[in-house]
Design a protein around this ligand. Structure first.
Ligand code: AIR
Length: 204
């Protein structure tokens, strides 16, 4: 097991995915995966990576340095314990944690750190993420996790939510988030115009 407190975690496991799907973009590998990471993305398996790449893309968009790691609450409990208990000392400010099925990773990590933990329930089993959602969200009082929506929308929102936390102490990120919200609104206006055009003259 690597000594994360001293050397920082290894990213090799996540970059080599099972089927080559969901690789991080070149800039994510080269720019944002570095020792000054302030956001950690954890996932229970590399099979979660295609979805969790969405969270990484959002952090890239806001130029927030992050690290990414595969560790499992059940298959590698000691490694999970080490990662979570050294996260603050390594300078991380927020953790995004994804797991599917009996999704206990976010809860276990939240038990071991006072960093905010944003959870993404994955739709990896025949239960399509309902199992992951309930395993993630039903935390006992005293140990919160911020549970996002199941799968891709949750991964995107986890990235944005992490950026919103970073924005509380980084004015540059706060401005980028304001611009992002304006862009969302502009896109809706555009869609509205297209829909109206499509139905122009057809309504009674
Ligand atoms: N998982 C891994 N360890 C504990 C859990 N709950 C989850 C992973 C993944 C799912 O099990 O987060 O969503 C299936 O993993 P795999 O490796 O079998 O593809």
């Amino acid at each position: 097991m690597p000594d994360m407190a001293r050397r920082g975690p290894s990213h090799a496991a996540v970059i080599r995915t099972k089927k080559g799907r969901g690789r991080l973009s070149k800039s994510a590998e080269g720019t944002n995966l570095n020792s000054t990471a302030i956001v950690g993305i954890l996932m229970g398996s590399d099979s979660d990576l295609p979805v969790m790449t969405e969270a990484a893309r959002i952090l890239e968009k806001f130029s927030i340095p992050f690290e990414i790691e595969v560790t499992s609450a059940h298959r590698s409990p000691a490694r999970t314990h080490e990662y979570a208990s050294t996260a603050i000392a390594r300078g991380l400010k927020v953790l995004i944690v994804a797991a599917g099925g009996a999704a206990h990773l976010a809860g276990v990590v939240a038990a071991l750190t006072t960093l905010p933990v944003i959870a993404v329930p994955m739709a990896t089993t025949v239960l399509n993420g309902i199992d992951s959602l309930l395993s993630t969200v039903q935390m006992p009082a005293g140990v919160p996790v911020a549970a996002m929506a199941i799968d891709k929308p949750g991964a995107v929102n986890a990235g944005i939510y992490a950026a919103e936390i970073v924005a509380t102490f980084d004015a540059r990120v706060a401005q980028l988030l304001t611009d992002y919200k304006r862009e969302l609104e502009r896109l809706v206006t555009e869609k509205n115009a297209r829909v109206k055009l499509q139905f122009a003259g057809k309504s009674s």
